[in-house]
Design a protein around this ligand. Structure first.
Ligand SMILES: *Cc1c(COP(=O)(O)O)cnc(C)c1O
Length: 452
C-alpha cells in the first residue's frame, strides 16, 4: 500500500498538465482518487502496487475518455432517418443559423415590443402550430411524453381514463402508458383484450367516473392476425355521445403529405375523425427540435395551459429559435426544406448518383466497394412493417466489427450498418454537406485496416 503514490503529487504532475487544462484540477484529483482506490482494492486482493508513472498513464487515459464523451458529430449511415440515439430529427440549416444569430443575445421571448408589456411565451408559435395542423388551438411543451402527462393530469386526475388493453404499450426510452397514467393521478380503466377491443367494450366501461378515452398510436409494434379495434372515428362518436373527450396520443407528428409513408396517420386526420386533443412529438416526422404539442379544442387546450404543471413543462428559448424556421417551411409549403422530409423523399436514382460520387472520390479503395440495393427506415416509431427502398455503399472486409468500430471512433464519427459480414453505408441518411467528411473518414479507416 505504501508504494502507492500520493494524490496531490500525481494530480499536480507535469504529465497531467493537459488534463488539468481540459477538465480543471478538481476533476483530475477526482480521477486520481478513482484510480488509486481501484489500485488499493487490487493490492488488497494480492496484486502488486503500480508506480507513479503507470498511475499517471491511467489517469491521463481517463481524462481523454472524459473529453471523448462530449457530444460529437455523427454521420448517420444507418438508413434510419429518425434515430433516437442520434437525437432524432436533424435541424434545417436555417434553424442553425437562427441559433447562431440569436442564442447569445437577449430576445423578445416574453415581451411585446409594440406595447412594451409582457407577452405569453410561444404564443405566435402556438398559433402557427394550430394553423398548420388545422386545430382550434395548440400548446407547446418539452416533449410528447410531457404532452400526454399534462393532458391526462389536467383532464383526468382522480378520475378514470378508458384505454384498450392492446394499447398499454411501451414506446422506447421507457415511455410506458400505464406508468404515465399513474403519474398523472388518473386511474386506468382497461377494456378489451390484447388483440381485440370493440366499441362495445368501451361503451360498457364509460360511466360517471370516466374523465376521458385515450387512444394510443401503436408506434413501434404491430399486433397481427386475429385482431380488431374500432376506427378512431367510431370511438370519437361514442365518446361524444357519452359526453367525454377523446385524447389521441399520436406520436409521429405528420402534418403534410410525405411519399413513402402513406399508411401513417396525420395530425389532421385525427382531428377530422373527431379527436378532441391530439398529442405529438416535434422531433419525429414533424422534423423539428425536441418538443411536444397538444392540439385540439380551444376550451380543453386552455385548461391545460392554465394548469401549473404546464409551467414546469415549458420550452426553452433555444427550442423556439430552432422551431421557427421549421414552422415557416410548412407555412410556405416548402416542407422539402426540412431535412427529415428531404431524406424520406430522396429518390433511389439520386442516392445511386451520390454513392458513385463516393466511389470516384475513394479512387483505388473503391475496388473493395459495391453499390447495393437495401432498405432504410423512417424510424422514430413509424410504420415498422413498411421498409423504404434505399441504396448503400457496401464495403468488403475481413472484420466488419473492427471497421465499423474504427469509423465510430473518428471525428465526425460515422455510424454504419453491418449486414452479412459487410459494412454498409446507406446514402439516404447522410446529410448534404457531409460527403467530404465521410470520404475522409472512410479513407482513414480503410487505410488503417490495410496496415493491420
Ligand atoms: C414517440 C412517442 C411518444 C414519446 O414522445 P417523446 O417526444 O419522445 O416524449 C409517446 N407516444 C407515442 C405514440 C410516440 O410515438
Amino acid at each position: 500500500m505504501k508504494r502507492l503514490p500520493r494524490v496531490d503529487l500525481l494530480a499536480d504532475a507535469p504529465e497531467l498538465a493537459p488534463a488539468r487544462e481540459l477538465l480543471g484540477r478538481r476533476a483530475v484529483v477526482g480521477l486520481v482518487r478513482e484510480v488509486l482506490a481501484e489500485q488499493r482494492e487490487f493490492v488488497r486482493a494480492g496484486g502488486a502496487a503500480i508506480g507513479a508513472e503507470e498511475a499517471l498513464k491511467l489517469v491521463a487515459g481517463r481524462a481523454e475518455q472524459r473529453r471523448a464523451s462530449r457530444l460529437r458529430a455523427v454521420i448517420n449511415a444507418t438508413g434510419v432517418v429518425l434515430h433516437t440515439n442520434l437525437g432524432r430529427a436533424p435541424l434545417p440549416p436555417e434553424s442553425a443559423a437562427r441559433l447562431t444569430e440569436l442564442a447569445w443575445r437577449y430576445t423578445s421571448v416574453e415581451l411585446d415590443l409594440e406595447l412594451g408589456t409582457r407577452s405569453r411565451r410561444a404564443a405566435s408559435i402556438e398559433a402557427a402550430l394550430a394553423e398548420i395542423s388545422g386545430a382550434e388551438s395548440a400548446l407547446l411543451v418539452v416533449n410528447n411524453a410531457a404532452a400526454v402527462l399534462l393532458a391526462l393530469s389536467t383532464l383526468a386526475a382522480g378520475r378514470e381514463v378508458v384505454v384498450s388493453r392492446g394499447e398499454l404499450v411501451e414506446i422506447g426510452g421507457g415511455f410506458r402508458i400505464p406508468e404515465v397514467l399513474v403519474r398523472s393521478g388518473a386511474r386506468l380503466r382497461e377494456v378489451g383484450t390484447t388483440n381485440r377491443t370493440r366499441v362495445g367494450d368501451y361503451a360498457a366501461a364509460i360511466d360517471a367516473a370516466t374523465a376521458c378515452v385515450l387512444r394510443v398510436h401503436p408506434s413501434n409494434f404491430r399486433i397481427s392476425g386475429f385482431t380488431e379495434r374500432p376506427s378512431l372515428r367510431e370511438l370519437c362518436e361514442l365518446s361524444h355521445e357519452r359526453g367525454v373527450p377523446l385524447v389521441k396520443d399520436l406520436g409521429g407528428g405528420l402534418v403534410s403529405e410525405l411519399p413513402g409513408i402513406e399508411g401513417e396517420p396525420s395530425v389532421q386526420s385525427c382531428l377530422t375523425a373527431g379527436a378532441d386533443l391530439v398529442c405529438f412529438s416535434l422531433d419525429k416526422l414533424f422534423g423539428g427540435p425536441q418538443g411536444g404539442v397538444i392540439v385540439g379544442k380551444r376550451e380543453l387546450v386552455s385548461r391545460l395551459r392554465d394548469d401549473p404543471l404546464a409551467r414546469a413543462l415549458r420550452v426553452d428559448k433555444l427550442i423556439l429559435l430552432a422551431l421557427e424556421p421549421v414552422i415557416e417551411a410548412y407555412q410556405r409549403g416548402q416542407s422539402e426544406r426540412i431535412p427529415v422530409h428531404a431524406m424520406l423523399r430522396a429518390r433511389p436514382e439520386a442516392l445511386e448518383e451520390r454513392i458513385r460520387g463516393w466511389q470516384r472520390a475513394l479512387g483505388e479503395l473503391a475496388a473493395r466497394t459495391t453499390l447495393i440495393e437495401t432498405t432504410a427506415a423512417a424510424g422514430g416509431g413509424t410504420l415498422p412493417e413498411e421498409p423504404l427502398g434505399s441504396r448503400a455503399l457496401s464495403i468488403r472486409t475481413e472484420d466488419a466489427e473492427g471497421l465499423s468500430r474504427a469509423l465510430r471512433r473518428g471525428d465526425p464519427a460515422v455510424l454504419p450498418r453491418i449486414a452479412d459480414g459487410a459494412v454498409l453505408l446507406d446514402a439516404r441518411t447522410v446529410l448534404p454537406g457531409e460527403d467530404e467528411a465521410l470520404i475522409a473518414a472512410l479513407r482513414a479507416a480503410l487505410s488503417l485496416e490495410n496496415q493491420n
